[in-house]
Ligand binder design. Structure first.
Ligand SMILES: [Zn+2]
Ligand SMILES: [Zn+2]
Length: 352
């Protein structure tokens, strides 16, 4: 379950022309906010990385077992993730809530499932999507689950799980070529969601461009919505395991700390091979209005703002920084080394 402080959107405060979305009060109520002076005046900046933490925990938040269309049993899947250095996981079978298997030694972040409304592929109908629901109530466990299948559209799924039940949900693979979500779907969606995937390894195999789906994420962020992003495997079978994940900053190695950091955006999304990504981030800092990033080995560091616009990019560097002007709405950072990336969560900017 997530804290009530979540679900907040920097909405009409910023854009009178913004699309119709629900406004949530109290967005800047946490101690992650910082008042700064920029060239365009005073701002409040929400800094997801404000809190220093002891651990970086690697986790999988989208994967399948024999309880839907995966090939491994739940315990086999947990053991595979354990063998490649993961710290936590959950399982997201289609329309089936797989409970923690006996013998699992990874941190279990609750029982989850992937809501597909029975549509596993091929539909491009507007306002439908695959949505992972995390740490959801055991009352939904099969076989009584069928009565909940009547929730059809993204907004209905959001209403039931994220709004009424206060559960975190993730809009899956918005750019999967077998289930491509048009921009209109994401613009019609009311934005009551915690995450949208920026990397789904199972979604498409034709091009890296298709597989990195930040277009959907930037559409939500550009509406002033606070939505974070996940890297995931969407693992079903074979050796393509550990190719998308999240690294969550926590002080304790338990579910509560992980969920709390996920809610605050205090984590990084990553892709890689067998759980390995060559990019090591040494430091992420917001000092006054300047975001600084340091990495171990030279790579490309990119700062991105509203509508996915690249605000600054430096290649083959081990450090870069960006001074917030106050007009960005949000700034997020991507670090790229060849085909591997780490996606930082956004800094949200409000003029005051
Ligand atoms: Zn799916
Ligand atoms: Zn899936």
């Amino acid at each position: 379950m997530k804290l009530l402080v979540k679900h907040v959107a920097i909405v009409a405060l910023f854009f009178s022309s913004v699309l119709t979305v629900n406004a949530f009060p109290g967005f800047f109520s946490s101690n992650n906010e910082q008042k700064v002076t920029t060239e365009s005046g005073n701002c409040r900046i929400y800094n997801p990385y404000a809190k220093t933490t002891k651990h970086s925990l690697k986790g999988q938040m989208h994967c399948h077992t024999i309880n839907s269309d995966g090939k491994l049993t739940p315990l086999e899947l947990c053991k595979r993730y354990q063998s490649i250095g993961f710290d936590f996981m959950t399982i997201t079978d289609h329309e089936y809530i797989t409970p923690e298997p006996e013998g699992n030694e990874l941190i279990w972040i609750g029982n989850s499932y992937e809501n597909t409304n029975g549509k596993t592929a091929t539909t491009t109908a507007a306002n439908y999507a695959h949505i992972c629901v995390y740490d959801t109530d055991s009352m939904l466990l099969a076989p009584n689950f069928t009565k909940y299948r009547s929730y059809k559209t993204i907004n209905e799924v959001q209403q039931f799980h994220e709004v009424e039940r206060n559960e975190m949900i993730n809009l899956c693979h918005p750019n999967w070529d077998g289930f491509y979500l048009p921009d209109s779907t994401m613009l019609n969606c009311n934005g009551n969601l915690s995450f949208v995937e920026c990397w789904n390894d199972g979604a498409a195999n034709d091009s890296m461009k298709l597989r990195s789906c930040c277009r959907g994420w930037d559409l939500f962020l550009s509406r002033g919505l606070r939505v974070y992003s996940l890297g995931v495997d969407d693992y079903h079978s074979g050796n393509s395991i550990g190719e998308g994940w999240v690294e969550v900053n926590t002080n304790s190695k338990n579910k509560k700390s992980i969920m709390s950091s996920l809610e605050k955006g205090n984590y990084v999304a990553a892709n890689g091979k067998l759980g390995v990504n060559p990019i090591a981030i040494k430091m992420i800092q917001l000092k006054r209005n300047v975001i600084s990033v340091q990495i171990e080995a030279p790579a490309t560091i990119r700062f991105i703002g509203k509508n996915g616009q690249v605000l600054k990019q430096e290649n083959s560097v081990t450090a870069s920084n960006y001074a917030i002007t106050g007009n960005e709405l949000y700034v997020r950072v991507e670090v790229w080394s060849g085909v591997y990336a780490k996606w930082l969560q956004p800094y949200f900017i409000e003029k005051i």
